[in-house]
Design a protein around this ligand. Sequence first.
Ligand SMILES: [Zn+2]
Length: 183
Amino acid sequence: MERRTLLKALALAFMARQAHAAPPKTMKDVEALQKDWKTFLPTGAATPSPTEPVKLSKDEWRKKLPGQSYSVLREESTERAGTSPLNNEKRAGIFACAGCDLPLFTSDMKFDSGTGWPSFFTSIPGVFETKSDRYLIYERTEYHCKRCGGHHGHLFDDGPPPTGLRYCNNGVALKFIPRDAKA
Ligand SMILES: [Zn+2]
């Protein structure tokens, strides 16, 4: 193999590895993922912080959001399973709140849960607030975006190791920002 071809092949292999690292094995790997979330942003992208709250009236939200996103984020409804194109989103990037653009998850925090909703085993730190809701006979933990208060989904404890968590997120509550998009 010619040297230049070899170098190119190595560079491509390296980039592929960077786009999707192996799933984390230990909590230390998960912490590293959480710490490095900004490497999934497109170059030069500005990001809001969870501590800059977005407060809009009901009417303002209704105008800002498409109908389905409004019912999930502001009225806590749930989208039909299997309807979100984000179920199959495999590119490297950031999943941000559709209400306020706050980055919530990176593509390396996503896993295929087979439930029909985009699922994640951890999140970017400090972006959610949780509360319990009694649904039928069992208690579920519901999580909300810290910046705009938007309802995203429910947190379960049947996710993959090492976290054992499953953030079951409505796709319409998210927007995907591919890392390789031009800023
Ligand atoms: Zn939000």
